[in-house]
Design a protein around this ligand. Structure first.
Ligand code: TYD
Length: 138
């Protein structure tokens, strides 16, 4: 997978005088079955999260509250996506390195994941990640 496979997905919103209601259904608004939901909150000032890629797991990252920056890397190119809007999320397929940083004080990062947690699905070493991508490229 490459950076061009990472996409911002807009979620449907019901808006009325009481506020906004945003909803997400698996395989309809996100391209996978949701097997796990987790969220990052109270991120210490200046801290970074992520710093890994996944072999199989697909995910959507949403700035439910506040803002943060997501750096996406496919082993060749890097791209930054600033997330500050709960109406959309960034879809990250397998094989993409990601780093989350610059969390605002009230930031909550919601993650919808296609698999249960399994540490064997992670690559946490960037050099090993680059080598794996180079050996898999045509
Ligand atoms: P980590 O992968 O470092 O978080 P991130 O990279 O998203 O900032 O995870 C921190 C710890 O939490 C690590 O020991 C693994 C554990 N963990 C779970 O037990 N279940 C989960 O669903 C996730 C995402 C992490």
């Amino acid at each position: 997978m490459s950076l061009s496979d990472c996409k911002l997905i807009d979620f449907p919103t019901v808006c009325d005088s009481r506020g906004n209601l945003i909803f997400i259904e698996e395989k309809k608004h996100v391209p996978f079955e949701i097997k796990r939901v987790y969220y990052l909150c109270d991120v210490a000032s200046g801290s970074k999260r992520g710093g890994h890629s996944h072999k199989e797991m697909r995910q959507i990252v949403i700035a439910l509250s506040g803002s943060f920056n997501a750096v996406l890397d496919d082993g060749v190119k890097r791209q930054s996506v600033f997330l500050n809007n709960p109406h959309h999320g960034i879809y990250i397929p397998p094989g993409i390195w990601r780093e989350l940083s610059d969390f605002s004080s009230n930031a909550v990062a919601l993650v919808l994941a296609s698999t249960p947690y399994d540490e064997r699905d992670y690559e946490r070493d960037y050099d090993a990640y680059r080598k794996m991508k180079q050996s898999n490229s045509p």
